[in-house]
Ligand binder design. Structure first.
Ligand code: PLP
Length: 296
């Protein structure tokens, strides 16, 4: 099967709590129209998604991605996805994809058509961009104010912070701002100076030998790649910690990384124009581990 590959999932019944699907998946011509104009995903970005990596035919971290899709659905008052259905859809797609190289497999659950009977769901696979160079050389990062203080998710849950919604316009705008400032990527910080996450990545910082990531307290996504790296580090007896990280701790860290499912681990080489300490040996180790996972 050639790429891109698109699979539509037909919901046949839905109630307020649970969605169940027909077990038939519909392969689509990726160039052909597939969604209706009234789709709320297209009109309002009203839906949720996940992107997982497929490396040499192995889908990575399937269960953490499905678990996060369920969390996002709950935050957004969407019907809670049926894990067995999504597992089957991912397996169906992966069996039809090229078994060599790195692919990005996105899966989406939209609120569906306005006043329509059910959500819309689909999977879409493309070949991943070649991130070899950036994994080897790292990224220049600027910090950007996210506009909210720490604790915003509890005070204003309707902001849907912590859900992976389709509304990524802000995240993309932040990346453009980073480019305007001569950088490659950005790290969001709260108005009171705490590190959050990148627009498409989690932050891991090494402070005095401890690998630290900002606690997923509802305002940021709990990254599947970060979780996988923490498992790897724990298995080697290396200390890891979830806690608040201040901007000054980030600036003074032994090393820091942006990590995400498809680009994997990239070193932060400069922060707001100032050089950062790096550890490329660890970056390489992280990426070898991430690329070698075959247990999903
Ligand atoms: N935070 C945000 C806002 C993201 O969009 C992503 C991934 O796209 C991540 C963190 C990293 O998550 P994962 O490692 O599961 O890809």
């Amino acid at each position: 099967m050639s790429l891109p590959f698109t699979l539509l999932i037909d919901p046949v019944s839905v109630d307020s709590e649970r969605i169940s699907f027909d077990d038939t998946f519909h392969e689509m011509d990726s160039a052909a129209p597939a969604l209706r104009v009234g789709e709320l995903s297209a009109q309002r970005g009203d839906g949720i998604f996940e992107t997982l990596s497929v490396v040499n035919g192995h889908p990575q971290e399937v269960e953490p991605h499905i678990a996060r899709l369920r969390d996002s659905a709950e935050i957004c008052d969407l019907p809670v996805p049926n894990p067995a259905q999504w597992r089957a859809a991912i397996a169906y797609a992966v069996a039809r994809l090229p078994q060599q190289g790195e692919l990005a497999l996105k899966f989406v659950l939209s609120r569906g058509v306005e006043s329509g009977p059910a959500p819309t769901a689909w999977l879409h696979a493309t070949r991943a961009a070649d991130f070899g160079a950036v994994r080897a050389t790292g990224v220049r990062v600027v910090t950007l104010d996210r506009g909210y203080p720490r604790g915003v998710a509890e005070r204003a849950p309707w902001l849907l912070m912590g859900a992976k919604t389709l509304s990524y316009a802000i995240n993309m705008a932040a990346l453009r701002e980073a480019t305007r400032r001569g950088a490659d990527d950005t790290i969001f910080v709260t108005t009171d100076g705490y590190v959050m996450e990148g627009p498409t990545s989690s932050v891991i910082v090494r402070i005095d030998g401890v690998y630290v990531t900002p606690a997923p307290n509802g305002a940021i996504l709990h990254g599947t790649t970060q979780q996988s790296l923490f498992e790897y580090l724990r298995a080697q007896g290396v200390p890891v910690e979830y806690r608040d990280v201040t901007l000054s701790e980030l600036r003074e860290a032994d090393a820091s990384w942006l990590v995400s499912s498809v680009r994997l681990a990239v070193s932060v080489t400069t922060l707001d124009g100032a050089p950062m300490r790096t550890d490329f040996a660890v970056s390489n180790e992280f990426n070898s581990y991430l690329l070698g996972r075959t247990d999903n």
